[in-house]
Design a protein around this ligand. Structure first.
Ligand code: SF4
Length: 226
């Protein structure tokens, strides 16, 4: 994989707001993981097998040493939701995938011989899947198809509600992917994106740093100012 390969997480961030990606590149990396996601990931290794609460609890204590009662409460809630559904056991987990054609890479949670699953800690939307989950599925299907020379279909597994949703990709999904990829490339070239301003800003960790720029600055100019 080339050193300049674009991560799927950067593509997802650029699709939410290119300015978010721009600001993330000039901020210290945030390695913290949302609690619900950590719990869902731990459960995911047991899907298709017995969902033994005591065993998963012990694994959680190892992976998140400071996890407290809240983690166990979330675990019990998710297990109750997941036990209502029949799950397939994956062939492999956390598989590194990449596409030389688009110069992108990522890691797929669960891979089967004909498909893959993306794990989410939240609940499923009323219908379909969330837009960023769909984009994530596009990225992984592009990588897997290039690696194995056959089609892979994706599904999103929302462990918060024990819901499995298949993703049927359309040409417009590929267009969304290409647009987001171009935004990443622009940021990499040092172009300053326009802030989108909207609902997404309320949940953005860069809201404090994100101000309208009177005159566009390149990344080089911003670094010189520090
Ligand atoms: S505050 Fe809003 S416009 Fe600024 S980076 Fe975040 S999401 Fe984008």
């Amino acid at each position: 994989m080339p050193a300049n390969s674009v991560s799927v997480s950067d593509i997802l961030r650029a699709s939410i707001c290119p300015m978010q990606l721009y600001l993330a590149k000039s901020s210290p990396a945030d390695f913290s993981e949302p609690l619900r996601y950590s719990v869902a990931k731990q459960i995911s290794y047991h899907l298709g097998d017995e969902l033994d609460a005591a065993e998963i609890r012990e694994e959680l204590k190892l992976t998140i040493p400071d996890c407290g009662e809240e983690a166990f409460r979330v675990l019990d809630e998710m297990l109750a939701a997941c036990r209502k559904v029949t799950w397939r056991q994956a062939l492999t987990y956390d598989m590194q995938v990449d596409s030389g054609k688009y110069n992108i890479h990522g890691r797929v949670d669960r891979v089967f011989d004909d498909s893959f699953s993306i794990i989410k800690g939240g609940k499923a939307p009323t219908h379909g899947v969330y837009a960023s989950d769909r984009l994530q599925a596009v990225c992984y299907s592009i990588c897997l198809e290039e690696m194995y020379g056959k089609e892979f279909y994706g599904r999103i597994e929302y462990l918060g509600s024990g819901t499995i949703r298949s993703v049927v990709l359309s040409p417009s999904d590929k267009r969304v992917f290409l647009t987001a990829l171009k935004e990443v490339e622009k940021v990499r070239r040092g172009e300053v994106p326009r802030p989108i301003r909207g609902e997404k800003c309320k949940r953005c960790r860069f809201a404090e740093k994100c101000r309208p720029l009177e005159k566009p600055h390149t990344l080089l100019e911003r670094l010189k100012k520090k």
